[in-house]
Ligand binder design. Structure first.
Ligand code: APR
Length: 249
């Protein structure tokens, strides 16, 4: 595979220009240049935390205050965080393609795609800007307002939890089905800033590929998704994606 980045960008642009339907799968890497830590690797969010202590239903049952301290910190940090050129490039791509031809599937819970202006966004792992009642399941937008260490539901007084998908939990089925459909029916899947190791999200790449989509990957490093990709663009999403958009005009 040629490594010249300009050549690769041109190949990726040609694929995108031909595609009538595009799906995008993003992970924590697209928000890295906004100042948010990714999960895996040095300095990652899971470093210093045992995942099962802060991101499983059992952790929440055992010590909800600890879990909320972890999520409240992430919520409060969002006040100083803004979408970066990578997020905005995907808004531009959606505008180019128009309704019905673009779906953005994100594993991120930071809400930055919405903040940038993306419209068709499937948050398959939920959002830390929302809370969900552990008793009555009511969901509420709470933005990034500071929440008490043990927030309670205004209706039934049960504990509220972040409206995110934890390890060992099912993905929200309606959203997931839409994500699967988008992956299976697109001509091109653009995979950005994900280590592609967490399932079922990572399975969307294979699902798209076996249904005939071409795969373009943008990441700092190769991942398990790189092997089946048609083009791998190694670099920062905030630089690569705007460059790719410029080549579409
Ligand atoms: N541009 C492009 N890619 C980047 C950048 C950047 N600026 N910075 C980091 N990356 C890449 C890393 O090389 C890595 O492959 O982003 C990826 C981030 O991987 P993870 O930290 O594993 O994040 P993600 O793939 O989103 O994790 C999936 O795991 O713990 C769960 O629920 C959590 O949704 C999350 C899921």
């Amino acid at each position: 595979m040629p490594h010249d980045i300009n050549e690769q960008l041109d190949r990726a642009a040609a694929i995108l220009k031909r595609a009538k339907k595009v799906a995008v799968l993003t992970g924590a890497g697209i928000s890295a240049e906004s100042g948010l830590a990714t999960f895996r690797g040095a300095g990652g969010l899971w470093e210093g935390h045992r995942v099962e202590e802060v991101a499983t239903p059992r952790a929440f049952a055992r010590d909800p205050a600890l879990v909320w301290r972890f999520y409240n910190l992430r919520r409060v940090n969002l006040a100083a965080v803004h979408p970066n050129p990578g997020h905005f490039a995907l808004v531009e791509l959606e505008q180019r393609l128009g309704d019905g031809a673009f779906t953005l599937i994100t594993q991120n819970v930071d809400g930055l795609h919405h903040a940038a202006g993306s419209r068709r966004v499937l948050e398959i792992h939920g959002s830390i800007r929302r809370v969900r009642c552990s008793g009555c399941d009511a969901i509420e937008e709470r933005g990034i307002e500071a929440l008490p260490e043990l927030p309670r539901c205004g209706k039934c007084h049960a504990l509220l939890r972040p409206d995110v998908v934890w390890f060992e939990e099912m993905l929200p089925q309606d959203i997931w089905l839409q994500a699967e459909e988008a992956a299976q029916t697109c001509d091109c899947l653009l995979v950005v800033g994900t280590s592609a190791v967490v399932y079922p999200a990572a399975g969307l790449v294979e699902s798209a590929r076996i249904n005939g989509a071409q795969i373009i990957e943008v990441n700092l490093t190769p991942t398990p998704a790189s092997r089946g990709a048609d083009v791998v663009l190694l670099g920062q999403a905030g630089t690569i994606l705007p460059d790719l958009m410029r080549r579409l005009t």
